[in-house]
Ligand binder design. Structure first.
Ligand SMILES: C[S@@+](CC[C@H](N)C(=O)[O-])C[C@H]1O[C@@H](n2cnc3c(N)ncnc32)[C@H](O)[C@@H]1O
Length: 243
């Protein structure tokens, strides 16, 4: 665990980022003594014109890398598009798209807490009218008649043998982090099932990590473009099915 004084500086930096008073209360001091993530102590994050409330409910705390995936997605959609955010968590991706592009977004997750959180976050960002949010094991509850211009997903993609810091493991669900098949399990399932939910020439956009690249490069009958993030890591996969 990080040193108390380092964590205190990080909390003040996060408060500065959000224009909050640079004071640390007694309860916050107690939280700083644990390994609770700084963003959870503050209680929300703001990125891409969206505020996401964070609670102690073990959902994934949205990461800055995901903001880059969202910005990339804007190149493939417009206000007439229909988008599906698979594995929505707190709703960050789907809500940011609904708010910035003003299009219709469906969002699904297997975790009930993710659904409660996404519904609440959609409301506070005033996109509850253009979002449909429901519990689903990937596509299982998505109506078979639905066809999307874009299916976007930041699924669990960490290989099961990777050891993460306790500040992640104690505060974020393993179900949100780890994936079988060396981190490729969800990409395989999504690629096997997405075609019938996409309009012809529709796109799939995945958040990925370096270790997923080989699997995607070998996947048959897709056109694949991979983009790096600001730290020069492979981060965004943009995919179209070949006919
Ligand atoms: C890495 S988190 C991403 C959360 C959010 N999209 C984001 O970028 O901040 C992965 C999410 O996938 C969800 N998930 C795991 N298995 C799933 C499944 N079979 N079907 C739908 N969602 C699933 C988890 O509950 C978790 O919320």
């Amino acid at each position: 665990m990080q040193d108390y004084n380092i964590r205190k500086k990080l909390l003040l930096k996060e408060k500065l980022r959000h224009n909050l008073p640079l004071k640390i209360g007694e309860l916050e001091k107690e939280k700083l003594k644990s390994d609770m993530p700084i963003q959870l102590i503050v209680g929300f994050i703001e990125m891409q014109n969206v505020k996401i409330l964070l609670k102690d409910n073990k959902l994934l705390i949205p990461r800055y890398e995901t903001e880059e995936v969202i910005i990339e997605s804007f190149n493939y959609i417009n206000k007439h598009s229909k988008v599906l955010d698979l594995c929505c968590g707190t709703g960050f991706i789907g809500i940011a798209i609904a708010k910035n592009v003003n299009c219709q977004v469906s969002m699904v997750d297997i975790d009930e807490n993710a659904i409660y959180s996404s519904v609440e976050n959609a409301k506070i960002n005033n996109v509850d009218k253009n979002t449909d949010i429901y519990l689903s094991d990937l596509f299982s509850s998505v109506p078979k008649t639905e066809q999307f211009d874009l299916i976007i997903s930041n699924p669990p993609y960490i290989p099961e043998n990777i050891v993460l810091d306790s500040s992640v493991l104690n505060w974020e669900n393993h179900q949100a982090l780890f994936a079988k098949e060396k981190g490729n399990y969800f990409y395989r399932l999504i690629l096997e099932n997405a075609k019938s939910f996409l309009k012809p020439k529709g796109y799939l956009i995945f958040e990925i990590s370096d270790w997923n690249v080989n699997f995607l490069k070998k996947y048959p009958n897709i056109d694949l473009k991979i983009k790096k993030d600001i730290n020069n890591k492979n981060r965004i996969a943009i995919i179209q099915y070949k006919k």
